[in-house]
Design a protein around this ligand. Structure first.
Ligand SMILES: [Ca+2]
Length: 245
């Protein structure tokens, strides 16, 4: 029941943009009912970067960075400032696979971040009915890759500016879905903030590995995780520069 409700919610949020495919990866970030498309820059045959930029919404702002490997994996780093009332954020990135993936296959995920309580009245991060981060192998957003991670976390009143870690969470490697062949990898991150200027810094990663009978070594996930860091550093540097101004 709960899974069904979550899928329905994801479909309602995700279907319009994901219906409009192009040759490369594409994606968007949405706050409540307001949405912006992400921009991508091709680095090599299989690698794209998510162009680091800031989107200013009526109820907050989101800075993004990240990387898409059509081989495939997707990393997304974002910083979300939630102004006014609590706001729902959904970010979705779809990558066409360089080579379709059948079975067997394996999937992994990782998610970590932090949350800052702007005014000291408490801060929370709430999933929108399912995991904060999940991957999908098809534009229909079904099935899941089975590596959904990220749960509710919150903290009560404290000093304004108090910052707390979120996670870290990780899942996999696990056997991914069949039968395929799958032609897409989709990363979706979705959660609700606590408003009032509270700020969320999130790093998410989804890895989908084709054609292996054995799950990859944990070290492979660690290496992939390391690729997330530079994107985050870019965002943090930009934020630091802005604050210094
Ligand atoms: Ca707060």
């Amino acid at each position: 029941m709960r899974i069904g409700m979550f899928c329905a919610a994801l479909l309602a949020l995700a279907t319009p943009a994901l219906a409009a495919g192009t040759g490369g990866p594409y994606g968007w970030v949405q706050l409540d009912n307001e949405k912006f498309d992400l921009q991508f820059e091709q680095i090599s045959d299989m690698i794209y970067s998510i162009v680091p930029q800031e989107f200013v919404f009526g109820d907050g702002s989101v800075r993004v960075a990240g990387r898409v490997n059509l081989d495939p994996s997707i990393s997304l780093s974002l910083v979300f400032t939630d102004l006014n009332a609590p706001t729902s954020l959904v970010a979705s990135i779809a990558a066409p696979l360089g080579v379709p993936i059948g079975v067997p296959n394996v999937a992994s995920s990782a998610l970590s971040g932090s949350m800052m309580d702007a005014t000291g009245d408490g801060v929370s991060l709430a999933p929108l009915g399912g995991p904060v981060l999940e991957g999908f192998p098809d534009l229909s957003m079904s099935p899941w890759l089975g590596v959904g991670i990220g749960t509710w976390e919150g903290h009560g009143p404290a000093e304004g500016g108090a910052t707390y870690p979120y996670g870290p969470y990780a899942a996999g490697p696990v056997a991914g879905p069949g039968p395929g062949p799958w032609n897409w990898l989709i990363l979706q991150m979705a959660f609700k903030g606590s408003g009032g200027g509270d700020e969320y810094q999130m790093d998410g990663l989804i890895v989908f590995e084709p054609g292996r009978n054995e799950v990859p070594e944990p070290g492979a996930l660690a290496l992939a995780l390391a690729a997330v860091v530079p994107a985050t550093v870019v965002v943090r540097r930009k934020m630091a520069a802005r604050r210094a101004m």
